[in-house]
Ligand binder design. Structure first.
Ligand code: NDP
Length: 265
């Protein structure tokens, strides 16, 4: 048996905690694998790089999930619906694409109680994969994005969608979620501050799926006294599911979670 190689493709990618999580789990579950990070500037080169690096699998982060979707030969149900892939596994010479973000996010918000309505800020790959699964779980989901282009897919799927100019921020939502990359490598808010202040004040809680930093959005929510969560739980849970695919279901999800959690201590 040769050591199986995995990477996370992204840009930026230096902040990613995925290598630490997966390598902890490989080591402690005695799976002969190694996981690194790969700064990919041109997403159209994803398949070529995957093959030339001799990978067995990969995760894909911002901004390449839609290109990863295009690169795959086979897709699971969530990836197909979302048109975005965050996990690829090589099987019999074919690239199989999965999307574990939605299930990971769903599990991560269970700590917030009495949530019925959710406002997602952003309309990228992660918003695509999570919105459908949230709606299938009986949440009422609305999308707010800074620009119109990416909203078409959500409108086609029957979601209420807005850009800042046509949005009524006095409408209350239970949970406000930042699924944009605003705050990831800059200090910007995901929407104009006037809109955010009103939304946060009317909400029961706020989540930023960016992890490992107090983003301007989270700081604002804390300042306004709301319960908050960053993206660490989502990262953990989507990683557990990706690891399950990488290792072809050899371990229980609880075992994987126990090992991966050690990356957060
Ligand atoms: P995409 O590149 O697919 O989409 C980015 C979205 O953010 C678009 O809707 C874009 O709007 C919007 N956006 C970007 N910059 C700004 C800004 N300055 N102000 C307002 N809106 C902005 O990204 P992903 O969906 O793949 O990822 C989004 C974020 O989620 C990233 O920060 C990523 O790190 C994080 N993430 C965390 C995970 C976790 O496990 N915790 C898992 C997956 C993602 P427009 O359409 O106008 O360009």
């Amino acid at each position: 048996m040769y050591k199986k190689l995995f990477v996370i493709f992204g840009n930026p990618v230096s902040h990613s905690k995925s290598p630490l999580m997966h390598n902890f789990a490989f080591k402690n579950l005695e799976f002969d694998g190694c996981y690194g990070r790969y700064l990919l500037e041109d997403g159209t080169k994803l398949k070529e790089k995957f093959i030339s690096l001799g990978l067995s699998g990969a995760n894909i982060t911002v901004p390449h999930k839609e290109e990863a979707f295009m690169a795959c030969d086979e897709l699971d149900e969530f990836a197909r619906i979302a048109k975005a892939v965050n996990t690829i596994v090589l099987k019999n010479g074919k690239l199989y694409g999965y999307n574990t973000d939605g299930s990971g996010f769903l599990k991560s918000i269970l700590k917030f109680k009495d949530i019925k309505t959710i406002l997602i800020l952003g309309a990228g790959g992660t918003a695509q994969s999570t919105s459908i699964i949230l709606r299938n779980t009986q949440y009422d989901v609305t999308i707010l994005n800074r620009s119109q282009n990416r909203l078409q897919l959500f409108t086609d799927n029957g979601f209420d969608c807005y850009i800042f100019d046509d949005f009524d921020s006095s409408q209350p939502y239970d949970l406000i979620v930042n699924m944009t990359s605003a705050g990831l490598s800059d200090d910007s808010l995901p929407a104009p501050i006037g809109i955010l202040e009103q939304l946060i004040k009317n909400s029961k809680g706020c989540v930023d799926i960016i992890y490992g930093k107090d983003t301007p959005f989270l700081k604002l929510a804390k300042k306004l006294g709301k319960p908050t969560n960053d993206g660490s739980d989502m990262l953990l849970f989507q990683g557990v599911l990706a690891f399950d695919y990488f290792t072809n279901h050899q371990y229980s999800l609880d075992e994987i979670e126990d090992e991966m959690k050690k990356a957060f201590i």
